[in-house]
Design a protein around this ligand. Structure first.
Ligand SMILES: C[S@@+](CC[C@H](N)C(=O)[O-])C[C@H]1O[C@@H](n2cnc3c(N)ncnc32)[C@H](O)[C@@H]1O
Length: 257
């Protein structure tokens, strides 16, 4: 039996499923296409406004303006495809806070709204207090946090969402653009490492991660599989106007981890 055959035979069912999915994923787009797709169209340093459903938001300077990928998560929290009712929810890189607002209205038990940027956490807190407010059975926990750095040991989440700034090319040297858009694969690797090393995901918990082929999509998914996660595609978006493809993955930890 050759080396490759032995390796394949040693894969668990979860790993086989995961690597089969990985094999179907597209490669990262060429540099010029990534730059054209991700160069910020509006100045991130100015105040802006944003509307989602019936709600309007002031977007302070430096805070990410939600886009189509953001809405793919917000809509699925809203319609229950991402189930948060009665569960402990961590919104990683929460930005303006729309996902925290929707989770509050959907009756999450705890909402841990985290961002490395204090202004984003302030904007999230303001929006949450204004639109959701105090609700019995729901606790709102805003935190300025570099990934899970400020989360107390022993914390456990049922649902985690992350729309990471994982674009591969540095579309700007502005640190605000890098933090919001193009920090690259490293932030996602570190995210998975922290979840695993600190046991932050409940045994039946799920991570919802949104990634496009403007990022190192295949390497990100390979890293997650190597860290013991099993990905599933919840949504695959393509556009007529360009070659971008966006995937919303649901990842659970393999039973063997
Ligand atoms: C693409 S934006 C997404 C914002 C929001 N979740 C949305 O979908 O509209 C990425 C967010 O991650 C935050 N971020 C970047 N690096 C981070 C880190 N190391 N820890 C926590 N948040 C981070 C940014 O400040 C930004 O708010």
């Amino acid at each position: 039996m050759g080396e490759q055959t032995r390796t394949r035979a040693a894969l668990t069912d979860d790993e086989s499923t995961a690597w089969a999915l990985h094999g179907t994923l597209p490669y990262t787009l060429p540099v010029d296409e990534i730059v054209a797709l991700n160069t910020p169209k509006a100045d991130l340093h100015t105040p802006r406004t944003y509307a989602y459903r019936d709600w309007s938001f002031e977007v302070p300077p430096g805070v990410f303006m939600p886009g189509e990928t953001s809405r793919m998560i917000h809509d699925r929290l809203y319609d229950g495809t991402i189930p948060v009712g009665g569960r402990s929810y961590a919104a990683m890189g929460v930005g303006l806070g729309v996902e925290a607002v929707v989770a509050g209205l959907r009756g999450a038990r705890e909402i841990h709204a985290m961002d490395v940027d204090p202004e984003s956490v302030r904007a999230t807190t303001g929006a949450y207090e204004r639109i959701v407010g105090e609700r019995p059975g729901t606790r709102f926990r805003p935190r300025v946090s570099d990934l899970f750095g400020s989360v107390p040991d022993g914390s456990e989440f049922d649902v985690v969402t992350f729309n990471p700034p994982a674009v591969r090319e540095a579309v700007s040297e502005d640190p605000v653009v890098v933090r919001n858009v193009c920090a690259g694969i490293g932030v996602v690797r570190e995210f998975f490492d922290q979840v695993v090393q600190r046991n932050l995901l409940a045994s039946d918990g799920e991570i919802y991660l949104i990634v496009s082929n403007t990022s190192e999509l295949r390497n990100i998914v390979a890293y997650a599989i190597g860290a013991g996660f099993v990905p599933e595609v919840v949504h695959h978006q393509t556009w007529d106007t360009d070659n971008a493809q966006t995937f919303l993955f649901k990842l659970r930890q393999s039973a063997t981890v």
